[in-house]
Design a protein around this ligand. Sequence first.
Ligand SMILES: Cc1cc2nc3c(=O)[nH]c(=O)nc-3n(C[C@H](O)[C@H](O)[C@H](O)COP(=O)(O)O)c2cc1C
Length: 361
Amino acid sequence: MAGDNAWLEALGVRHPIFAAPMAGGPSTPELVAAVSDAGGLGFLGVGYLSPEDTRATIRRVRALTDAPFGVNVFIPEEPKGDARHAVIAMKTWLREWVDDPAVAAEIDAIDPRFPTFAEFEAQMNVILEERVPVLSFTFGCPEADTIGRWKESGACVIGTATTPEEAVALERAGCDAVVAQGYEAGGHRGSFLPIDETRRIGTMALVPQVVDRVRIPVIAAGGIMDGRGIVACLALGAVAVQMGTSFLVTDESGAHPAYKRAVMEWRDRGTALTRSFSGRHARGIRNAFIEAVDREEMDIPPYPLQNTLTQPIRRRAAAEGDAERMSLWAGQGYPMAKSMPAAERVRELVQQMERVKSLLR
Ligand SMILES: Cc1cc2nc3c(=O)[nH]c(=O)nc-3n(C[C@H](O)[C@H](O)[C@H](O)COP(=O)(O)O)c2cc1C
């Protein structure tokens, strides 16, 4: 669909393909630059980075490419109730489960806390100073004043919605565009309004509802793995797609080799939507850790407290290359993932789109 989308053209993006921001390692500056240079939009996920590392990472992308790119942040969550009992119980369970005195001692020493708003502000100040072309966020909906300030930096501001109501709230708050993230999506769900399980909507049903409810451009996300999926989402009214899992196994992705191997080889495991690793619902390939926590039906401390508590386990798993204890975030389409250089992936997706469109003529 290159060339017939004014919004993308204004951003300087040739193809309706965004590589999803993937915080925690996968979205390296090299991946971002490769996708943007190939005519898509590469995205840095800086959700877990300090202000200093955020600045260094943005500058590294700029050293690699002149093409536009995006930066994605996590909106901090309000502390939810008193989590002390859940934290104590979880620590006890995790210590026993790991069955390793050194990791158990690390877990013991943790006093998890919610990040402060001041910490987020410090990171945002860096991003605004760096004048990034595209700024997206997930896990919340800031006040209109805040979004207005971000837009004054020149950034195109994009929010994340998992329901039509969330998309409407983001439009009202002043977002320039919205990502409609379906149930299939890998990684954390961006939900910020209370919903029950029956309102978890798949991409095919969510995208047209969001397109009908808002006037801003809609970017489809969740389970899109090839040209067929992209053309389907454009037919539903999206201006572009945001693909995470598809870029997770590209050469430039910083995902751990054991994680990439699991995506490529554990094709029949399936995924789970789980709070086990972080305290927030996220979709990943089923492994021993998810099975163990979900079987217990424990009171899991809220995000990001659980995320902090499970860090020693994930760190040790990374050191040992043990995918059974890593968070293997991936969408429901992961068995279709193909490993190759990211630029080649973009070119292949564009060719597939053209082929599908010619079949539809
Ligand atoms: C490993 C991984 C990490 C992710 N990290 C982020 C993130 O930092 N910020 C964000 O907005 N979305 C994040 N997502 C969600 C993506 O933006 C997107 O919604 C999702 O990848 C789409 O589904 P797919 O994986 O099936 O393509 C992540 C997804 C994955 C797979």
